[in-house]
Structure formats: C-alpha cells, structure tokens
Design a protein around this ligand. Sequence first.
Ligand code: ITT
Length: 209
Amino acid sequence: MQVFAATKNAGKLRELRVIFRRYGWTLDAFEGYRDPEEVEDSYAGNAALKARALSAQLRAAGLDAAAIGDDSGFEVSALQDRPGIRSARYGTPGATWAQRRTALLTEFARTGSADRRARFVCALHLVEADGTEQAAIGTIEGRLASAERGEGGFSYDAIFELPAGHQTFAEVSEGEKNAISHRARAAEALVAGYADPRAALGSEATKRE
Ligand code: ITT
C-alpha cells in the first residue's frame, strides 16, 4: 500500500519507512505538507489531526492515497509524565536537542527523585484513500539515563535507557531500535487492526464514545 506520512520530523519518517516496509507498505513524505496546530490533549487526538490534515491535502492535490499521522512523546514518571505530548516543545524555544536533553536531566535532578522510570509513547493514525480510519498506540518502558550516551537515533534517544542491557536508544543500531520501539509496536498493532475488520469497527465505536 502507498502511504504518505504526515510528519516534518526526518527521524520519525526514516523509522516509519523501515518499519512499514516489513508489511509491504511504501511510505513517503508529501512535499508541501502543512502541519496542523497540535491542539488536542492526547497523542491519539493529535495523530488523527495530522493524518486528517494530510489526507485533505492529498485529495486537494488530486492524489488518491492513504495518510498516516504519528504523534509521540517522552514521559518521565518523576516529572508526572512530562514532557509527554509537549515533547517537541520542551524547554526554551529555539533550543538545540542537546540543550533540551540537558534541560530535562537537570529538571529531573532537581526533583531529588530516585525514580528514573521513563517511556516513549507513539500514536499512529491512518486515513485510507476511501476515508476509513484506523488507530493504534505503542509504548516502550525504560529509564532516564544519568547522562546522554550514544550517537545514533534522534531527539530524546540518547537519554532513554533500555531495561535490558542498559544501552540507550542512541547506542543500539537502527535495526535494534526498530525491532522493539514504541513506533514499531504501534505499527504492528495498526497493521493487525487493519487486517481485522472487526477491530476497525471497534476503533470506530471507541471514537464515537
Ligand atoms: P511532526 O508533528 O511533524 O510529526 P514533531 O517532531 O513535532 O513532528 P511530535 O509532535 O509527535 O513530532 O513530537 C514528538 C517529540 O518526541 C518530538 O520532539 C520527537 O523528536 C520526540 N520523539 C518521538 N519519537 C521519538 C523517538 O523514537 N526517539 C526520540 N525522540 C522521539
């Protein structure tokens, strides 16, 4: 299936491409995608906003193709799960990613907490060419590292430590991350639901509640 990704984040796009290739889906960026304001208060809500916005833009451009939105975030338990859905906007506006990671480690240190539990969450939302919608969420639990480590990945990867092996997401290979990540888990659930029409009905019913 041909799918356009509603994202301006190159790291996400690269991972989504590799992950969905396993299921025979070809993902591409849409040149000129105009991202909506992320006004919802949930990952799922914002993923839906992105996918629906791109779907409308594809239709306006005369393209009969599916659109997928990804809204994700990094949650630290000792910070009441912040930065969470505001992960892309954490810290000083215009800060570099290295500065944001340092700011988050500093904020955590100030709490004095020994609870380093942290997780990544990814919500995916698919709008097919015929308007059918499908949604899924994936999570990976781990810990906030004491200092950033590793050169791979993007954004918060260098400060997220995996429970097994204690490597950060920036220290493992792309293949290893894409085998277990929040994004991979969300994709697996999305494709499973897509293949099962009863699951699609279930998610529609949930949306209406
Ligand atoms: P789009 O909305 O254009 O997709 P964005 O970067 O604004 O891009 P989000 O609103 O979903 O994306 O914000 C999620 C934030 O969490 C963003 O800063 C990401 O870089 C970060 N993030 C998401 N997945 C990540 C991952 O696998 N590793 C590291 N950081 C991640």
